[in-house]
Design a binder for this molecule. Structure first.
Ligand code: UD1
Length: 335
């Protein structure tokens, strides 16, 4: 049985990936410091899969603890989700973001090298493309100057990993997520935003649930068919499954180079208003909203060219926007 470390394994994408790994017969070890997750998620994962993953409450900024973990755990692969992810907060606390997202990454890579552990998957983001000049966005699209320290940690993170693959036997894949949404079909795990949600879908579901009075639609004068911004919303379970495919690719030495990058998106762009309408249609719930000014740092449109991931990685999304929105609503109702 192959053993996989999942950092941030109790978080939104991490927890869904742990479930898929266990379903595929991997033995999972989670590291999570609960900075943006709840320990109850461990029991929820267990109740979905019937297997309790090993769990360590380790802060990955603790170099000695990271060293100790890898000295005692010979893992066949590492999937690194643990990171801060709030764009606005990163502007207020840039050094915290660099310390947590970059410091931890460096410590992990050092210990992978020291212990000759070679398979590494990194959570990157379509934010590295900024407003791309061409749509849909291929992996070859140029990287644009980061709009936020958060975005910068993804760009720098990729560079660090690429350099690390040059000086050791490390093999790595960076997965650039478009907009992950939705929840597991069991409604036992999902997104747990702390405080007022910054992302669209959590805000939509909380508005429908009456927790928020009204959704602000940021910008209605974009150069898009209905004036609202366009994104590629992808079901978190499809995202999770891509990690298993990527991990197997590395374990089975099917990678074409030691640092590979794949987009994870559906290839379909939807506007904010389309998302609201779809949500209302599939759930029968009304979403109060108003059109307001654009949000600083937002791009007009971003959606993935999926050819490379489909053909080379051999992964494709299976779930629709409607299914993702319905699952997000079912999850919200359990909260
Ligand atoms: C954001 C981040 C991105 C990060 C991703 C995951 C920015 C600029 N980008 O993506 O780097 O990887 O989250 O956390 O913040 N919207 C509203 N009203 C709301 C919330 C959002 O109209 O209350 C709109 C936004 O303007 C955007 C779309 O919904 O057009 C999606 O927003 P969001 O869910 O925050 O994701 P991104 O901004 O695309």
């Amino acid at each position: 049985m192959k053993k996989v470390l999942v950092t941030g394994g109790l978080g939104f994408i991490g927890s869904h990936t742990v479930v898929e790994l266990q379903n595929e017969g991997f033995e999972v070890v989670i590291i999570d410091n609960l900075s943006n997750s709840k320990i109850e998620v461990l029991d929820k994962i267990t109740s979905i899969t019937g297997v309790k993953p090993s769990y360590f409450n380790i802060d990955l900024r603790d170099k000695a603890a990271v060293k100790d973990f890898f000295a005692n755990n010979k893992v066949d692969g590492t999937i690194h989700f643990a990171a801060y992810k709030a764009v606005g907060e990163s502007v207020q606390k840039p050094l915290d973001y660099y310390e947590n997202n970059i410091g931890s990454l460096v410590y992990i890579l050092q210990e992978l090298k020291a212990n000759s552990l070679n398979n590494f998957i990194f959570s990157s983001s379509c934010t590295v493309y900024g407003q791309a000049d061409e749509l849909p966005i291929t992996e070859n699209a140029p990287i644009k100057p980061a709009e936020s320290p958060y975005g910068n940690t993804k760009q720098i993170g990729e560079e660090i990993i690429k350099d690390a693959t040059k000086i050791s036997d490390l093999k790595a894949i960076a997965l650039r997520y478009f907009n992950p949404i939705g929840a597991h079909e069991s409604a036992k795990i999902g997104e747990l935003p702390i405080g007022v949600p910054q992302n669209l879908i959590p805000y939509v579901v909380q508005t429908a649930a009456g927790i928020r009075e009204e959704l602000s639609v940021f910008g209605s004068d974009y150069n898009t068919p209905d004036g609202t911004a366009v994104r590629d919303y992808i079901h978190v379970v499809d995202i999770a499954k891509a990690h298993i495919v990527a991990l197997k690719r590395l374990i089975e030495n099917k990678n074409k180079s030691n640092f590979e990058i794949f987009n994870l998106g559906t290839g379909q762009g939807n506007s904010v208003l389309e998302v609201i309408k779809s949500f209302e249609k599939v759930t029968g719930q009304k979403v109060n909203y108003k059109l307001v000014d654009r949000r600083e740092g937002d791009v007009t449109a971003a959606y993935a060219d999926t050819n490379y991931a489909n053909n080379e990685l051999g992964w494709k999304t299976k779930l629709s926007l409607d299914e993702a929105l319905l699952s997000a609503w079912k999850w919200q109702k359990t909260l």
